[in-house]
Design a protein around this ligand. Structure first.
Ligand SMILES: NC(=O)c1ccc[n+]([C@@H]2O[C@H](COP(=O)([O-])OP(=O)(O)OC[C@H]3O[C@@H](n4cnc5c(N)ncnc54)[C@H](OP(=O)(O)O)[C@@H]3O)[C@@H](O)[C@H]2O)c1
Length: 281
């Protein structure tokens, strides 16, 4: 299978490229190769390579950056998704688009399923939801995969911040009123590998099973590493950031459950594997 990955240089895209490389012709693009906010650039690359499958991991994934640069967020997360969908229709390529738990507003206290109605609380969530809407309207053969709180090898994230702080004995700031499903990017990549060999379409939640607050996540990393440092627990109101986060955005992989394919491991197991994989060789 020939597969283009937009955002193939990012945290998730690089793991998807690694996992799909075996047996497929994978073409990963970063923003300097193809800017997805430019329709002509996307059309040109898709037309040229004529892929069987396009995976769109490209996004402005920094939640605060989206709040501060709303136009850029709409250009990449919403218009970029639209451009990719238009190009895929032209070449009849299947499209897998990556989205987020942040399309949800946080008023529930049980994990969101694919049948819950999104209501984002920040610009990032709003632009990602707009991207989903474009894909649902334009694309005839698509999967939208919503994931959450990713950790993986490619770049720094909250889990790495905690590990580094524990090693250096630095203070950790953990927000109490933020709960979601921490997810290992490699597990998402493996699950995508399974789904590409099916005829499935529609929206799929794809997270490691279970959920926790940021504080519980820090506690679990401390348990795994058997290290402790000073943890300052704050509320979002004390943690001054440009973008508000949903208080609760955990996802349930309900669509995968309904087709008997929810093989995603639990988040504690995923965290242990990630730490072993990245930090203990
Ligand atoms: N990280 C999370 O916790 C999380 C949680 C839920 C959902 N998601 C979603 O998962 C997907 C992947 O996120 P990630 O964390 O892997 O992102 P990331 O590490 O920030 O990588 C973003 C990727 O998008 C590319 N990109 C940015 N602007 C672009 C543009 N204008 N045109 C083309 N490519 C562009 C970047 O290319 P360069 O390397 O060239 O900059 C990079 O490859 C996104 O859809 C995100 O919304 C992420």
């Amino acid at each position: 299978m020939r597969i283009i990955i937009f955002g193939g240089t990012g945290l998730l895209g690089s793991d998807i490229a690694k996992v799909l490389k075996q047996g497929n012709d994978v073409i990963p693009f970063g923003s300097t190769d193809v800017d997805i906010s430019k329709l002509e650039a996307v059309m040109h690359s898709v037309n040229f390579h004529k892929p069987d499958l396009v995976i769109n991991c490209a996004a402005i994934s920094d939640v605060d950056k989206c709040e501060e640069n709303k136009e850029l967020a709409y250009r990449v997360n919403a218009m970029g998704a639209k451009n990719v969908a238009i190009a895929c229709n032209k070449t009849k390529s299947r499209l897998i688009h990556i989205s987020t738990d942040y399309v949800f507003g946080g008023n529930k206290n049980t994990p969101y399923t694919e049948f819950d109605i999104p209501s984002p609380v920040n610009i990032y969530g709003a632009t990602k939801l707009a991207g989903e809407e474009f894909i649902k309207t334009i694309s005839t053969n698509f999967l939208i995969i919503r994931t959450a709180w990713l950790f993986g090898e490619r770049r720094n994230h909250f889990v790495d911040y905690v590990i580094k702080s524990l090693h250096q004995g630095n203070e950790i700031i953990a927000v109490k009123d933020m709960t979601s499903s921490p997810t290992f990017s490699l597990d998402v990549a493996e699950m995508i590998k399974e789904l590409i060999h099916t005829d499935e379409v529609g929206i799929f939640h794809m997270c490691n099973k279970g959920y926790c607050s940021r504080v519980e996540l820090v506690e679990e990393i401390e348990r795994i590493l058997k290290k402790h440092t000073n943890v300052t627990v704050v509320n979002q109101s004390q943690w001054k950031r440009p973008a508000k986060r949903p208080v609760f955005s955990a996802l349930r992989n309900y669509h995968l459950e309904l087709i008997n394919k929810d093989n995603m491991p639990g988040w504690r197991d995923a965290l242990k594997r990630y730490i072993k994989y990245k930090y203990r060789g």
